[in-house]
Ligand binder design. Sequence first.
Ligand SMILES: Cc1cc2nc3c(=O)[nH]c(=O)nc-3n(C[C@H](O)[C@H](O)[C@H](O)COP(=O)(O)OP(=O)(O)OC[C@H]3O[C@@H](n4cnc5c(N)ncnc54)[C@H](O)[C@@H]3O)c2cc1C
Length: 409
Amino acid sequence: MTKPQHHEIVVIGAGICGATITNELLLRGKAVCIVDAASSPATACSSHAYAIAHPHIGKGSPRLLRLTRIAFLLAEARWKNVWQQHGIFQPTKKDKNFDHAQTMEHLLSLGLEQDMAIAMDAQEANRICGVQQSGVWLPRGAGLNLFETSKRLLQHHERLTGVWNRRVNRLEANENKWYLFDAENQLITSADKVVVACAMEAKSLMATVGIRLPLKPVRGQLSIFSIPENDPWVKKLPSVGISGDGYCLPADLLEDGSYRWIVGSSFDEGEDDLSPREKSDDFNREQARGLVNYPEGDLRALKKAGEFVGVRCVAGDRLPIIGALTQRPGIFLATALGSRGILWSALAAKLIGAQLLEDDFALLARLGFATDLVAALAPERFFAGAAPSALGALASNSKPILPVESKAK
Ligand SMILES: Cc1cc2nc3c(=O)[nH]c(=O)nc-3n(C[C@H](O)[C@H](O)[C@H](O)COP(=O)(O)OP(=O)(O)OC[C@H]3O[C@@H](n4cnc5c(N)ncnc54)[C@H](O)[C@@H]3O)c2cc1C
């Protein structure tokens, strides 16, 4: 048997996260080996063809708002060639009053200028988006096919080695190198630096090096509905994406005159069963009614034509875990992307790229990526006794040029 090769950098996991990080490192001149348990890229949660992305605009955690704005700009720039920019409308919550001036002020305070987010009353929203509800129009909101994108990112490249059908079961450190073993204790490969981007399985893998990650699975089902051409629903179908309680894509007119409409998704905490469920479709039918504000719509008219079921990986505090694992030098984590695979993989590629290559935070800094945001994503935020900020993660960086705190709250 030939001796497994040693690599400077190994990425574990060929979903959208591992694929994007690998691509960033290739673009920056590095050689990368990617290892996946499956026989090809994007067979797990990233087999999703109907994902959407927009900056978060709620009143929630200011860090989440700042992070999603930066991540959105990175994702848009990275995927401009395959970005399906249809715009996304976010309706005002049913129990909240809409105040145009106040909403505009809030959006500006998030650094979202009018080309990114516009407050609209119900009349204007109807005119521009075909949705008779007040809310915020995000004209740059878009969809991305995670499956196709992951595959494209991992196309043949002279500096890329793919190791397929190998599940990494255990990591072991020896003399500044990391050794990756399978379940039969066979050595798969060794590396100076390992990027762990294998979603939920990061939990068991990191346990083999004594690191406990608070990850849990959240099952989700998206429904593909078919609507006959003369049905009353047709007048309510949106020509833009909508994101509120659930989300939907613009409806597609098919050749036979019927419409195809993708609506999601269920959020089944702690579950990882991939079989489709009727009750999840029923839940999505209810969400569909809420999204287009059509309470009297007959749910039976939304005929099931397909589905996507996936398992999201979510961290205890709902933020992704992205950054150098300073307790285990040479390991970098990129997991817990939750329901924001597009945004967080674009951010992970830049952040892990900068930390791993120890060179260039300039772009992130220009976008307002400050040290408190690095800390909010860093793995060590979960470990008792760890430094209160993630500055440790930057300590090896010869040029720590991040501003201390961005002004954009
Ligand atoms: C219903 C639903 C709707 C969603 N909607 C959106 C949306 O609108 N917008 C959005 O941005 N995101 C959305 N998401 C989230 C998005 O799909 C995920 O965040 C993203 O796909 C996660 O990518 P990943 O690369 O981290 O993980 P995965 O795609 O799960 O990839 C992990 C990879 O690691 C491999 N692997 C696992 N363990 C090992 C091991 N031990 N050794 C080697 N390889 C291993 C697997 O084979 C797999 O290829 C949605 C998710 C669901 C379920």
